[in-house]
Write a protein that binds this ligand. Structure first.
Ligand code: NAP
Length: 293
């Protein structure tokens, strides 16, 4: 069994990005600039955004954090989005989700200029992904593809089961795995809360990508010998031994599943670090105007 080290791979990619940024700047080019809008004080969102800002520093990017209290109006937020759309210095920006209930997330996503949508959530980027055109790809699935690539994991012709069908993980993941690319070319099954006999589907899979947010859902009896298991789940579960009082738990029961796998990602230290680094890669592409002018 090989443990997929997302932490090490992401550190390596950050170095690669930083080296490229220094080359760009040395040649008189512009330092990529990522802006992030954070609404309210949700603990998870605060941590994610702080980590994104830190990753920008490591990559040599300029970053701007724009904060609003949770009672900001939708109109105010949309006005800021439009301002960032027009700001020539900002190459890409994100609005950290979730947003307070009185704000329509979909409206905000659609207000972002797709050419600056480095999260890859805008319908134009999602649509372009579906038909295999260059676009900003959602960070978590893109990070998983990078892990498969860097670990030389064969996906062509393999049976891949994706657990979960969210717009940010499950659906784009399934799209990427069935793309005519390497990695890709897999035979993909997407399972969700209405799927019948999920155990059977998993047992037949060469590759399982679990993104449902149910701690320890995938147990040893659901995985065939030699399978590749990618665990996206990160649920906070109470843990008195931790200073924070909680730990992050994956969707996979690691102790049972790992011994059967050819490759597996741990939680934490697997998919998580790759998600942030994928956002950095999209920001570099935005800075270079590599996808859209
Ligand atoms: P989500 O929007 O809540 O979607 C969960 C999906 O799982 C839904 O499609 C749901 O089915 C399905 N599901 C839930 N319970 C199920 C069950 N018992 N059996 C079968 N399917 C079930 O979640 P998400 O945003 O995709 O995130 C999934 C997990 O990944 C969460 O733990 C999240 O924290 C984590 N995550 C981690 C990263 C990272 O960087 N590591 C990034 C993003 C997300 P229905 O559609 O039928 O409701």
């Amino acid at each position: 069994m090989t443990l997929i080290d997302g932490k090490a791979v992401s550190a390596q990619i950050k170095q690669e990005i930083a080296a490229e940024v220094e080359q760009i700047v040395a040649a008189g080019g512009k330092r990529p600039h990522l802006a992030a809008i954070l609404v309210g004080h949700d603990g998870g969102s605060e941590t994610y955004v702080a980590n994104k800002v830190k990753a920008c520093e490591a990559c040599g990017f300029k970053s701007s954090l724009i904060r609003y209290e949770a009672d900001v109006t939708e109109a105010e937020l949309l006005a800021k989005v439009e301002e960032l759309n027009q700001d020539a210095d900002v190459d890409g920006f994100i609005v950290q989700l979730p947003l307070p209930k009185h704000i329509s997330e979909q409206k905000v996503i659609e207000a972002i200029d797709y050419r600056k949508d480095v999260d890859g959530f805008h319908p134009i980027n999602v649509g372009r992904l579906a038909i295999g055109l260059p676009c900003y790809v959602s960070a978590t699935p893109n990070g998983i593809m990078e892990l498969l690539r860097r670990y030389n994991i064969e996906t062509s012709g393999k049976k891949c089961v994706v657990l979960g069908r969210s717009n940010i993980v499950g659906k784009p993941m399934a799209t990427l795995m069935m793309q005519k690319t390497n990695p890709g070319d897999a035979t993909v099954t997407v399972c969700h809360s209405h799927s019948k006999d999920l155990k059977k589907e998993c047992r037949e899979a060469d590759i399982i990508i679990a993104a449902i947010g149910r701690p320890d859902f995938v147990t040893g009896d659901m995985v065939k010998e030699g399978a590749v298991v990618i665990d996206v789940g990160t649920t906070r579960v109470p843990d008195a031994t931790k200073k924070s009082g909680f730990r992050l738990n994956g969707d996979v029961k690691f102790s049972e599943v790992a011994p059967k796998c050819s490759f597996i990602t741990p939680v934490p230290g697997g998919v998580g670090p790759m998600t942030i680094v994928s956002l950095m890669k999209n920001t570099l592409l935005a800075g270079k105007k590599a996808i859209y002018q």
